[in-house]
Design a protein around this ligand. Structure first.
Ligand code: ASP
Length: 625
């Protein structure tokens, strides 16, 4: 039989009670975490958002409460009325914040029972993620999830406060809108009122935030939901949240200063101190040194060891002498066995014209001088694992492989990025041997045990870095056209403007990325604020006037009404929280995420809709049977 609450009001949260509360009458409400029946005494661990308190039901003190205590089961919702008392010294639990006290109940109300869920929130690790997502309401009760969302709240609040203090106004932009060119597929929403017409969900607030600058708001931000119809991975969701901002009259450095300030506040809210300014590196340098435009600085960089080999040695090793020869090393992994090496081979993507030598001992036998020189250049210790990645001469040279003056060629990039991939994949695979990632886990763990007023130094664990001077265009093989490497509102360097049409490969973009521990945290740019330049960019991208008008006509119009120079950036909030929660998946920090198959298992979405709804929307479904 369930009880009604009547006039009872909760007085305290379970986790807040301490020895200083001893003697107070309290009313607690929450879920039964655990129940232990010792005959005349029943102990209930009562859980709410703040933590757990122990309730004692003594048959003599409350026969009625004790009788109900015999009936309750884990996850029942109850109210306990009673007095806070100090525990006997030998039953103090130092592991629980409330371990010095218990509540001697005088009354127990059973407010609700429960169906048996497939798992209990008090279980530590639940293997089956699908079950967790289907019963998300139970899953979210787990202390770890409660902690993640508290953290998310604190981080978001710190960001809002920091940006507000820096003069930014939070302004919402529409969800039902027109396509935004962020390079992903749009989600479309059919219009009932306008048959055959569709809204697009925003891939980002990009165009609107630029228009807000035209409207004179000077500094805008939004914790913005973005929608991109992409294939999902552990660090991607169909809908995700960005800290989106835009400012008028900025230099690139002013955007960096704003971000460094709010990110420092966000990390501080999670108990971690970041040091500013963050280092900067050009895109080319990042590719050369790390084989990636989102370098993980916790591992040693790549070393060009081309000079270690004579031309004859390269020929014998079947290495393309025109391409870089790079060594990567993972500290403390040691020489791998043949079996281990073979297991690794699927990690190596050989299709792109890169090849590798992963048997350093054998290399040292055949080419002792070259191997010695590699050691000298790359600086490995005896216990480090070394791989050499080089160009494959058998790989056919394509038109797009042309070397453009002053810029890394696609073939060079392929060798560097193959090396960069191995570097991070192998480091992940052997994480238990080399410790580089363990430092981050430890700092996150320690930070959780501390708090914002006593932060832990994050400089060894978190390595933010700005990547600047990206190329403006990429050559797209399929269409044989130069395409923007970023959205088409990114401005070119003023100094490179003259080359826009004649030498697009040489044009650098005024854009920047922020990477942290191998994750891209965000990207942004100084925008084009003049219509003539915007038209030139469209032209150089092969976007005709007609197409530009159809896609962004309203924005081109707006550009003609006194547009100030402006620029901004967007950072992935989910990713920031994931890093600081020490989670390996975005699904741990998004309350109701989709699976890798784009399904909301709890709500059971997407689903079919009724014929009536389709008719109203003027839509007919053509299904493959
Ligand atoms: N809209 C861009 C993005 O979503 C960010 C920016 O350029 O501000 O990546």
């Amino acid at each position: 039989m369930l009880d009604f609450l009547g006039s009872l009001e909760r007085t305290h949260l379970c986790g807040d009670l301490r020895a200083a509360n001893a003697g107070q009458q309290v009313v607690l409400m929450g879920w039964v975490n655990r129940r232990r029946d010792h005959g005349n005494l029943i102990f209930l661990d009562l859980r709410d958002r703040s933590g757990i308190a122990q309730i004692v039901l003594d048959k003599e003190l409350t026969p009625d409460g004790h009788a109900k205590g015999e009936q309750v089961r884990p996850e029942y919702v109850i109210a306990a009325v009673g007095k806070v008392t100090l525990r006997d010294p030998d039953s103090i639990n130092p592991k629980m914040p409330t371990g010095e006290i218990e509540i001697e109940a005088t009354q127990l109300l059973v407010l609700n029972d429960t169906r048996l869920a497939p798992f209990s929130p008090s279980e530590e690790a639940i293997q089956n993620e699908e079950v967790r997502l289907k019963y998300r309401y139970v899953d979210l009760r787990r202390p770890e999830m409660q902690r993640n969302f508290r953290l998310r709240h604190e981080i978001t609040l710190a960001i809002r406060e920091s940006l507000s203090q820096q003069g930014f106004l939070e302004i919402e932009t529409p969800i039902l809108t027109k396509s935004t060119p962020e390079g992903a597929r749009d989600f479309l929403v059919p219009s009932r009122v306008h048959p055959g017409e569709f809204y697009a969900l925003p891939q980002s607030p990009q165009i609107f935030k630029q228009i807000l600058m035209i409207s004179g708001f000077d500094r805008y931000f939004q914790i913005a939901r973005c929608f991109r119809d992409e294939d999902l991975r552990a660090d991607r969701q169909l809908e995700f949240t960005q800290v989106d901002l835009e400012m008028s009259f900025p230099r690139q450095e002013s955007v960096f200063a704003v971000v460094e300030q709010f990110l420092t506040s966000a990390f501080a809210a999670a108990g971690v101190t970041l040091h500013t300014p963050f280092p900067r590196i050009s895109y080319d340098e990042s590719m050369r040194r790390f084989g990636s435009d989102k370098p993980d600085l916790r591992l040693p960089g790549l070393t060009d060891v081309r000079s270690a080999f004579t031309d004859e040695a390269l020929a014998t090793l079947q290495i393309d002498p025109a391409l870089p020869v790079v060594a990567l090393r993972i500290p403390l992994v040691g020489e791998l066995s043949r079996k281990e090496r073979e297991d690794n081979h699927p990690l190596f993507d050989l299709k792109k014209g890169a090849k590798f030598i992963d048997d350093f001992k054998r290399l040292a036998k055949g080419f002792p001088e070259g191997a010695a020189k590699v050691r000298q250049l790359a600086g490995p210790a005896e216990a480090d694992f070394v791989i050499i990645v080089a160009g494959d001469p058998a790989h056919p040279v394509k038109a797009s492989d042309t070397k453009f003056e002053g810029r890394l060629s696609e073939r060079e990039i392929n060798v560097y990025s193959a090396a960069g991939n191995f570097r991070t994949e192998l480091a992940k695979k052997y994480a238990d041997r080399h410790q580089a990632f363990r430092v981050t886990e430890q700092v996150v763990e320690d930070a959780h045990a501390r708090n914002a007023s006593n932060p832990i130094d994050g400089s060894q664990a978190f390595h933010p870095i700005w990547i600047v001077d990206f190329p403006m265009f990429e050559y797209d093989l399929a269409t044989a056209k130069w395409v923007p490497a970023h959205h088409p509102f990114t401005s070119p360097h003023e100094a490179d403007m003259a080359n826009l049409v004649t030498d697009p490969a040489s044009v650098r973009a005024n854009c920047y990325d922020l990477a942290l521990n191998g994750l891209e945290l965000g990207s942004g740019s100084i925008r084009i604020h003049r219509k003539d330049v915007q038209q030139q960019i469209f032209q150089s991208l092969g976007i005709s006037d007609v197409e530009a008008r159809a896609r962004f006509g309203f924005f081109l119009d707006a550009l003609e009404y006194g547009t100030p120079p402006h620029g901004g950036i967007a950072l992935g909030l989910d990713r920031i929280v994931m890093l600081l929660a020490g989670s390996s998946s975005l699904r741990e920090v998004i309350a109701f995420p989709k699976t890798a198959k784009a399904i909301d298992l709890m709500a059971d979405a997407p689903t079919t809709v009724s014929d009536h709804q389709l008719k109203e929307l003027h839509i007919r479904v053509a299904l493959k049977s």
